[in-house]
Design a protein around this ligand. Structure first.
Ligand code: ATP
Ligand code: MG
Length: 350
């Protein structure tokens, strides 16, 4: 189902993305060490990644780093890795290698990893074993690996980059600036300094593709929707497939009887919850800055004075600079523009 809210996992469920998938296949065929798959939230990164993995016929480990707690520890990291390795296909194709690793045990189709103590298995050692075969290690939302223990994975990645030619890492990230800051290929203090990251960025659907996506989804669900209504949905959601799919499935559940305003309201509500998480984690000032930018403020001096007006206090330039820089790294606002129109609407209501 095109409007299924979950990420897709086969090409037949996926609308378009053929060019991006061919490019990814090429990078895998060329055995590139490190590939990044980036794009704003809901653009289809997880779907494209899963479709790719379903097609390559190479054993893979897939981990969702969003599952890590904010200040995760070594145990959390090993738990994530062990759950990524605990899949039947991977274990079956890697069994003889896995069985030879000290600190790793196979229990049915689950993998136990020792993370501390005498039999602890350091990640670079594990990777050297896995390298005996061609393997893909995929981390969804890899910027979530940042944190006090972020260096552990990064050092293992840098080791594999230099020594384990059979391993390709694919990292996705919706907070693109944070992902690249974590990797630090331009940062002399990073273990990955100077390494190359082959990057594929998923863009929005064109207006025509967006309309076609909706038409196909409605046809599939057997719901008739007039074309001016489809055009209106396309106009609001700006080619972001996740929003189009959400709108489509809402229209389908209502058998077509739902107004555009209600559709927008529901999406804005979802986006607002996501923005609130950021505000709660980073402070109320973020809400004010987001709101001012959503209201159309496009210049530094105006933003600063209106923020100061609203707060009744003088805000140091460096503080405001940091907020704008963080919003850029989170892929929310760039050059005073929201990357997602639904976030912009939601920010007005903060
Ligand atoms: N090319 C596509 N064809 C069909 N459905 C798609 C496509 N791209 C995305 N979707 C749908 O949009 C939603 C978001 O997709 P997905 O979860 O893959 O995106 P994402 O970029 O990983 O999002 P997030 O940043 O939130 O993790 C899902 O419902 C998915 O099924
Ligand atoms: Mg995703």
């Amino acid at each position: 189902m095109l409007f299924d809210p979950r990420p897709k996992s086969t090409r037949s469920e996926l609308f378009d993305r053929d060019a991006e998938l061919s490019e990814l296949h090429r990078l895998i065929d060329e055995e590139r060490p490190l590939v990044a798959l980036t794009g704003v939230r809901r653009i289809g990164k997880t779907s494209v990644l899963r479709v790719l993995l379903s097609e390559v016929n190479i054993p893979f480990i897939l981990m969702d780093a969003r599952g890590l707690p904010a200040n995760y520890g070594l145990r959390d990291l090993y738990a994530l890795l062990s759950s990524g390795m605990s899949n039947k296909g991977f274990i079956e194709s890697m069994r003889s290698i896995l069985e030879s690793i000290r600190g790793l045990r196979i229990m049915g189709f689950e993998v136990e990893l020792a993370w501390k103590g005498r039999s602890a298995l350091p990640l670079p050692v594990l990777l050297d074993y896995l390298n005996k075969r061609r393997v893909i290690i995929a981390v969804d939302e890899a910027q979530c690996l940042r944190g006090p223990r972020g260096g552990v994975f990064l050092e293992a990645l840098a080791h594999a980059y230099d020594y384990d030619d059979n391993i390709t890492f694919i990292l996705t990230g919706s907070e693109v600036g944070l992902l690249f800051e974590y990797l630090g290929v331009d940062d002399p203090s990073s273990p990955l300094y100077g390494r190359r990251v082959d990057t594929i960025t998923l863009g929005r659907f064109s207006r025509d593709d967006s309309a076609e996506f909706l038409r196909q989804g409605f046809r599939e669900a057997g719901v008739e929707v007039p074309s001016h209504y489809i055009e209106a949905i396309v106009g609001f959601f700006d080619g972001i497939p996740g929003w189009l799919a959400l709108a489509g499935s809402t229209v389908v559940s209502a058998r077509g009887r739902i107004g555009l305003e209600e559709l927008r309201r529901q999406a804005v509500e979802v986006a607002k919850r996501e923005l609130m998480e950021i505000v709660e984690a980073r402070g109320r000032r973020y809400a004010l800055v987001l709101k001012l930018i959503a209201q159309g403020v496009k210049r530094w001096s105006e933003l600063k004075s209106r923020l100061e007006e609203a707060e009744g206090r003088i805000v140091p330039s460096s503080v405001l600079h940091n907020i704008l820089e963080s919003l850029r790294k989170l892929s929310i606002v760039e050059d005073y523009e929201f990357l997602d129109p639904v976030y912009k609407e939601a920010a007005r209501t903060l």
